[in-house]
Design a protein around this ligand. Structure first.
Ligand code: S3P
Length: 430
């Protein structure tokens, strides 16, 4: 994909359904009793991998545009897979599905693409093993492919070293099949879609926040059946993020993005934008299927640098590539720290962000747990090495819109992972 600078992005758009919520609809719908109807489901490659895995586990899933109908078979209705479960590029599919499979009376194998099979799985293998699960890394490198055989699960109280919704959700899903209560404490609250949605499906689940610290605990009591739901998936704030940044950075722009999920465990980007001096207004705030939603109005703004650290990091972890682009265009220095998790995403994002910003002429330094960006220098067009990371492709496509000269995004097709229509949405704003 070849891109160059533009002026005046104007219009009203919607972005596709939330990726995290879409995955969970398929998973929870499959192990619930009866039909789950989903509207505005994200048809990206990651969520399609989840659909395919559950079909391989014997679940009938009908698709009609962005509507999906899942014929759930209850907690104990999954069938032994006839094949290896292909999780593609999707960490969420792998880790959440592993939690469900740990509680099944049959063997299963999970494997993904080269990036997925290099991501750390010890973070789920350890707690699942403590629960009595039989899960192993086939190549003995603590990564997928994973092999899971039946085990008798018991509840544990797990203190997670990382604020990770994938780890938390994996343990809670295994907890549905345990004999006693399971709880997970994380150092700060990660996205809570599992908690919100599992409760809607009927699970006995409670969340609490320690008064004297940022720690968050969620507990689940097994024994209750889940029941099919109707779910309207909110627009994905992680996808809206690119158009928020485009509206702020491209001169003479005004963009209204409708129906975006603004769950506080996901909306750290909005706080950072405010800190950087962005002109953003939330309109029409309401709640839909238990999730807060708003329309986001963005106008071109002069941004300044900020410091992003601590508890806010899990609420914007997927937005750091685009925040880094905003920081490159802002006056002054932006410091991002406490974000070592970036190293274990689809790529080592500390490295991919830094290398590509350097290529565009930005003064940037990688640190052990983040990035320091000295903004304000004009960006120049460059060849962007996405390393097949969808969020790097989209973030640097926005950078290209304010750079002098042409920018080439290599392997731009990787946007299909979370936002297949990404480049089409631009057409609506020209
Ligand atoms: C996700 C959790 C986050 C996020 C990922 C989706 C989820 O990962 O980066 O894109 O749906 O639970 P971690 O839980 O590893 O932080």
């Amino acid at each position: 994909m070849e891109l160059c600078s533009i002026n005046g992005l104007k219009g009203t758009i919607t972005v596709p359904g939330d990726k995290s919520v879409s995955h969970r609809c398929i998973m929870f719908g499959s192990i619930a009793n009866g039909i789950t109807e989903v509207e505005n489901f994200l048809k990206g490659a990651d969520c399609r991998a989840t659909i395919q895995c559950f079909r391989t586990l014997g679940i009938e899933i009908e698709e009609n545009g962005s509507s999906v109908r899942i014929h759930g078979k209850g907690l104990h209705g999954l069938m032994p897979p006839t094949d290896i479960l292909d999780v593609g590029n999707s960490g969420t599919t792998t880790r959440l599905l592993a939690g469900i499979l740990a509680g099944q009376p049959f063997d299963s194998k999970l494997s993904g693409d080269a990036s997925l099979n290099a991501r750390p799985m010890k973070r789920i293998m350890e707690p699942l093993t403590q629960m009595g699960a039989n899960i192993s890394s086939i190549l003995r490198n603590d990564c997928a492919p994973l092999y899971i055989t039946p085990g008798k699960l018991h509840g544990i109280h797990y203190s997670s070293p990382v604020a990770s919704a994938q780890v938390k959700s994996c343990i809670l899903l295994a907890g549905l099949y345990a004999d006693t209560e399971t709880s997970v404490t994380e150092p700060s609250l990660s996205r809570n879609h599992t908690e919100l949605m599992l409760r809607e499906f009927g699970a006995d689940l409670h969340s609490s926040h320690a008064l004297d610290s940022t720690q968050a605990t969620v507990s689940l009591n097994p024994g209750r059946e889940l029941y099919g739901q109707r779910i309207l998936v909110p627009g994905d704030i992680s996808s809206a993020a690119y158009f928020i940044a485009a509206g702020l950075l491209v001169p003479d722009s005004e963009i209204l993005i409708q129906n975006v999920g603004i769950n506080p465990t996901r909306a750290g980007l909005l706080k950072v934008c405010e800190d950087m001096g962005a002109d953003i207004t939330l309109l029409n705030e309401h709640t839909q299927s238990g999730e807060p939603i708003a329309d986001i109005l963005v106008r071109t703004s002069t941004l300044h640098g900020t410091t992003i650290e601590g508890d806010i990091i899990p609420t914007l972890i997927d937005e750091i590539p685009i925040i880094a682009v905003m920081a490159a265009a802002a006056e002054g220095t932006t410091i991002i720290r406490d974000a070592a998790e970036l190293k274990v995403k689809e790529t080592d994002r500390i490295e991919t962000i830094t290398d590509n910003l350097l290529a565009m002429g930005c003064a940037v330094t990688a640190t052990e747990d983040g990035i320091v960006i000295h903004g304000g220098r004009p960006l120049k067009g460059a060849v962007i090495h996405t390393l097949l990371d969808h969020r790097i492709a989209m973030a640097f496509s926005i950078a290209a819109l304010i750079a002098k000269g042409n920018t080439q995004i290599l392997d731009s097709k990787c946007v299909d992972v979370s936002y297949p229509q990404f480049y089409d949405t631009f057409e609506e704003l020209l």
